[in-house]
Design a protein around this ligand. Structure first.
Ligand SMILES: [Zn+2]
Ligand SMILES: [Zn+2]
Length: 310
């Protein structure tokens, strides 16, 4: 029997209620918190991904008015969902809308993915607001198009983000996406979205994670998976060095937690994960590269500490 069929039949036979698994162990040997889960329109499709991938709880990334949907999910599966909110930072009412979301229960800003500079005025005021409201801000950094004319997102990470970390010491940043992860290697010059091969030690992201207590890392997406997979001799030491700073996330678009449906749409550079569940692939790399204690921190504890979840 295929492992997947086997696991599905165990799940069907056991019919473990969602509530019973809130903080217990999962198939991964520790409970799993998915920091980077884009909320889906239907309640059931959200739960299908969590349950399929063996994920205990998830942080819903939402944009704009989302409270009703978030509440419906939290009611359907109590204790399994926190949420972040995002809003177009170039709009005049961005601070007002994001403040309101936090008052309604959002525990962070994100993901912030807009065609602006990482050190531009649009994001700077949101960095300051995140500090004022004591919530973390999750930022998507990308310099290389996935498809023609996509454009860049939070541009200038490698050149300017250290100045932001210095200027906003009270803001808790969570780094994510292509430029954040490609810059674990010191030889990266924006030549590809997902560079492969051995990592040159001393990359910017490794250094910033070490030097700035206000920077955390989100391991989600093809970018995170790629960085942790391309050079196994690098990965375990990297996870050890930043064991209190890294958090598991999926950013997976598969339907069932097993790679079903459309995965990696509009991103030909990420075909290495086509047909796979990013959550499963990244949890597998983390589990193979970290001790059980470090795996548990990255998969569960760190996000709870950062989001102040009891
Ligand atoms: Zn992103
Ligand atoms: Zn998936």
């Amino acid at each position: 029997m295929h492992r997947r069929t086997f696991l599905q039949s165990i799940a069907a036979a056991a019919m473990v209620p969602a509530l019973g698994r809130q903080s217990g162990s999962s198939e991964w040997g520790a409970p799993v918190f998915d920091l980077h889960f884009h909320m889906r329109p239907q309640v059931a499709s959200n739960l299908a991904h969590l349950d399929g991938a063996g994920v205990t709880k998830a942080n819903l990334l939402t944009r704009g008015a989302a409270l009703d949907q978030v509440k419906a999910l939290q009611t359907a599966a109590p204790g399994r969902f926190t949420w972040f909110n995002s809003y177009d930072v170039s709009q005049a009412d961005a601070e007002q809308v994001l403040t309101q979301a936090v008052k309604q229960g959002a525990q962070g800003f994100g993901e912030m993915k807009f065609h602006v500079a990482a050190d531009g005025p649009e994001l700077k005021r949101i960095y300051a607001l995140a500090a004022d409201l004591h919530v973390p801000i999750l930022v998507h950094f990308q310099e290389v198009d996935h498809f023609p004319n996509e454009g860049t997102w939070s541009t200038g990470y490698a050149k300017t983000f250290e100045s932001i970390l210095k200027a906003y010491p009270k803001t808790t940043f969570i780094g994510h996406a292509d430029a954040f992860w490609a810059n674990v290697s010191a030889d990266y010059r924006n030549e590809a979205a997902y560079p492969s091969g051995p990592i040159a030690r001393g990359g910017i992201t490794d250094k910033l994670l070490a030097d700035y207590p206000n920077l955390y890392g989100d391991c989600s997406a093809n970018s995170g998976n790629n960085a942790l997979s391309r050079d196994p001799s690098f990965t375990s030491d990297f996870l050890k060095r930043h064991q209190n700073k890294l958090m598991f996330g999926s950013d997976c678009s598969c339907s069932d937690g097993h790679g079903g449906g459309v995965s990696q749409a509009k991103n030909p550079a990420a075909t290495r994960l086509a047909g796979k569940c990013v959550a499963r692939e990244t949890l597998t790399v983390l589990k193979a590269s970290a001790s059980p204690a470090i795996f548990r921190k990255i998969a569960w504890d760190n996000a709870h500490t950062l989001l102040r979840i009891p």
